[in-house]
Design a protein around this ligand. Structure first.
Ligand SMILES: [Zn+2]
Length: 432
């Protein structure tokens, strides 16, 4: 099972499933067919399905449990990856190369063909040995997670909810990897919630005219002033129940209260985790796009900015109201994307199994729930009422920072991290 997981991940990394977000990529069909073939090879009967087009595809598989009364547990992984221009990579991003140091390279090595390969390896092992888990398991491999799931999870929830077989809890990304703290302590953050997102465009209008004259109604100036005003009033720290638990636990490990309002001190306390942590405890708003004008000597009639807003659960309306209150008169706000925040308590059978298995396999480490800053397929799946945990187990090497590889160059994973992960995943599922 360990070797199978490594080989499956390597092979998946060699299939280019880049998702540029405009449906122009190669799609996931080849990867879906590969995964389905690997399941059929051991006698399983997966379904390959397409969503909005012939190249956008996923895989669904139902595995009966020995306890037929129980609702299934969903195991999910997305087949697409963010694009990876070769520039800056030590080894080509779709090489699936294992180097002399035992590191497997490629786009998707941590996000998240690692988990897809591990899921396949576990269920192939079960099929080969005739094992049935206590609880029925549904494997669902999705397309289009990296672009918000319009061609993937959201489409599935709307058009093919039966592919989830009524699962009541789910396991997927982003969590379960080890993170080293500066004092030598190690934690496994498990995602039990994620922030909501609003991608909005602000359009400010003014009076067009010649660039050589005096102007009192220049939309470029008004827009810049608005963005400056937004930046001057960042959202404050607010702990959701998940992050309260995280902060209490990690403060205990660090030996003092986490300095959530002090960037430098927080970095000393928790190292590289501080960049992520800062965004888990507050709403963030980042201007990400700007456009106005077409010529040096023409004042344009409008200026446009794109904002990426990630809000804490339960605060959407407040956040939106605050942004609207800062806009100048006549400005328009348009939504490009509006998706919910989700949060569930880290408890119940799945959480207990994760804590107990990681406690056995890595007794010095501490398991702790956290709120993810990004968005995953969890948003779509939870709309069907299921509880979702980001748990794709990996024991990373102490000097490897998972977060910097996530969508970064030189995405890679140690072979032993996958071998650890697939055994942990197998054990957790046997205890769920
Ligand atoms: Zn992902």
């Amino acid at each position: 099972m360990r070797a199978d997981a490594v080989e499956l991940v390597a092979q998946l990394l060699r299939i280019d499933t880049s998702n540029p977000g405009d449906d122009s990529g190669p799609g996931e069909l080849v990867a879906a067919q590969f995964a389905a073939d690997k399941l059929r090879e051991v006698g399983l009967k997966p379904t390959v399905f397409t969503t909005t087009g012939p190249r956008r595809a996923g895989v669904s598989l139902f595995l009966p449990g020995s306890d037929t009364d129980r609702a299934p547990l969903l195991l999910t992984g997305h087949l697409d990856v963010v694009p990876a221009p070769e520039e800056g990579w030590t080894h080509p991003p779709f090489s699936g190369l294992i180097d002399d140091d035992g590191i497997l390279w490629g786009r998707g090595a941590v996000d998240m063909k690692d988990m897809v390969g591990m899921i396949l390896a576990v269920v192939r092992h079960w099929a080969r040995t005739g094992y049935a888990p206590p609880r029925p398991v549904v494997v669902l491999l999705t397309p289009d997670e990296e672009a918000g799931g319009t061609h993937g999870a959201h489409w599935i929830v709307q058009h093919r909810p039966e592919l989830l077989f009524g699962a009541t809890e789910g396991i997927g990304e982003v969590g379960g990897f080890s993170v080293e703290l500066p004092g030598g302590r190690r934690i496994y953050p498990i995602q039990s919630g994620e922030k909501g997102l609003m991608w909005v465009t602000i359009k400010v209008t003014g009076t067009a005219g010649h660039g050589s004259l005096i102007h009192h109604d220049n939309p470029v100036e008004k827009l810049v002033a608005t963005l400056h005003e937004l930046a001057q009033h960042p959202f404050g720290v607010a702990l959701t129940p998940t992050m309260q638990e995280f902060v209490d636990t990690v403060s205990g490990l660090v030996g003092e209260p986490l300095a959530l309002g002090d960037r430098e001190l927080l970095a000393q306390q928790v190292g590289g985790l501080s960049r992520v942590l800062g965004a888990c405890v507050r709403t963030t708003l980042n201007p990400t796009m700007l456009s106005a004008g077409f010529k040096h000597n023409v004042v344009p009639s409008q200026a446009v900015a794109g904002l990426d807003i990630r809000y804490l659960p339960g605060t959407r309306d407040q956040v939106l109201e605050r942004v609207l209150s800062i806009l100048p008169p006549g400005a328009e706000l348009e939504f490009q994307h509006d998706d919910i925040a989700v949060e569930t308590p880290f408890d119940g059978g799945v959480a207990d199994a994760i804590v107990s298995v990681l406690g056995d396999r890595d007794p010095d480490a501490v398991v702790v729930p956290y709120l993810m800053t990004g968005g995953t397929d969890a948003k779509a799946f939870t709309s069907l009422g299921l509880r979702y945990f980001g748990f794709s187990p990996l024991r990373m090497r102490p000097d490897m920072d998972f977060w910097s590889m996530f969508h970064g160059v030189d995405e890679r994973v140690p072979v032993e991290a996958l071998e650890f992960g697939v055994e942990v995943l197998d054990s957790v599922l046997r205890r769920c």
